[in-house]
Ligand binder design. Structure first.
Ligand code: KIV
Length: 283
């Protein structure tokens, strides 16, 4: 049976009813298919694709073109899942007009359902402009990797009273600007809990505890494919890097030993054709 695609009003209802939302990143067609089959309610085509797919050290080099291409592939793999396009660095920082132009590209070219952008009080005019253009926006506060330089690195935010107050101000500003959901990254659960209670929109966490309306994880972490480092908040549900490497090691071994391919992996000539060929070559 075809999965029912959940939309923004369904997520609002889930918050009101205390049902948790399951959200995962995905960057390609097969993983999106797996996510949809697994019952994922939302997919984020995150700019984390810079690290997870392209091998960059961080997300900063990721371009609009890369994000759009990966969103297109994910949309094809998960036609019945709420897909969120992540606005990369440079696509919304310069002006409201740029932000609206690029947000609309995500919808027109890749059929996403919403866009996500990083920042709180400092991006309210961007959020307002995109929402006014008719595009659903998900805010992203706390640890915001695109501005991690200003934050002093990839560090948890809101661990002191002063810092927590700033995170809460950001959350309120994002909701007031018209965002339909909020993602909180690497913030203490005590602070996330307060935000989730204060806000009427769904509040989701990545590394920000369970006391909110849902969770996001990076697929490459969840399946154990990304091995460069593992943040504290990650739970690995599988170890595919080991499985894939072992399968490839076995293939190398069998090729070298002449054990692959065997007869079962070959296309034989049609009945009588080998004899005809031999005769032709002999004549
Ligand atoms: O790009 C991404 O996957 C993200 C998460 C780290 C929240 O923005």
């Amino acid at each position: 049976m075809q999965k029912k695609k959940l939309m923004i009003h369904d997520f609002m209802k889930m918050k009101q009813e205390g049902q948790k939302i399951a959200w995962l990143t995905s960057y390609d067609f097969p993983t999106a298919q797996f996510a949809e089959a697994a019952g994922m309610e939302m997919i984020l085509v995150g700019d984390s694709l810079g690290m997870c797919v392209y091998g960059y050290a961080g997300t900063l080099p990721v371009t609009m073109e890369q994000c759009i291409l990966h969103c297109e592939a994910v949309r094809r793999g998960a036609p019945n899942t709420f897909v969120v396009g992540d606005m990369p660095l440079g696509s919304y920082q310069v002006s409201d007009a740029d932000a609206v132009f690029n947000a609309i590209r995500f919808l027109k070219e890749a059929s996403v359902d919403a866009v996500k952008l990083e920042g709180g009080t400092r991006v309210v005019s961007r959020i307002r402009a995109i929402v006014d253009a008719g595009v659903l926006v998900i805010g992203h506060i706390g640890l915001t990797p695109q501005s991690s330089g200003q934050l002093g690195g990839h560090k948890a935010q809101g661990r002191t009273m002063e810092s927590a107050k700033l995170v809460i101000e950001d959350a309120l500003a994002v909701q007031k600007a018209g965002a339909q959901m909020l993602l909180v990254e690497a913030v203490p659960p005590e602070v996330t809990g307060l935000i989730a209670k204060k806000l009427s929109i769904p509040v989701l966490s990545i590394g920000a505890g369970a006391d909110c309306d849902g969770q996001l994880l990076i697929v490459s972490d969840l399946i154990g494919q990304f091995t460069a480092f593992t943040p504290k908040f990650v739970k690995k549900y599988a170890h595919v890097a080991e499985i894939i490497t072992e399968a490839m090691r076995q293939y190398v071994k069998e090729v070298k030993a002449g054990q692959f391919p065997t007869d079962e992996h070959c296309y034989h000539m049609l009945e009588g054709e080998a004899e005809r060929l031999q005769k032709l070559l002999a004549s």
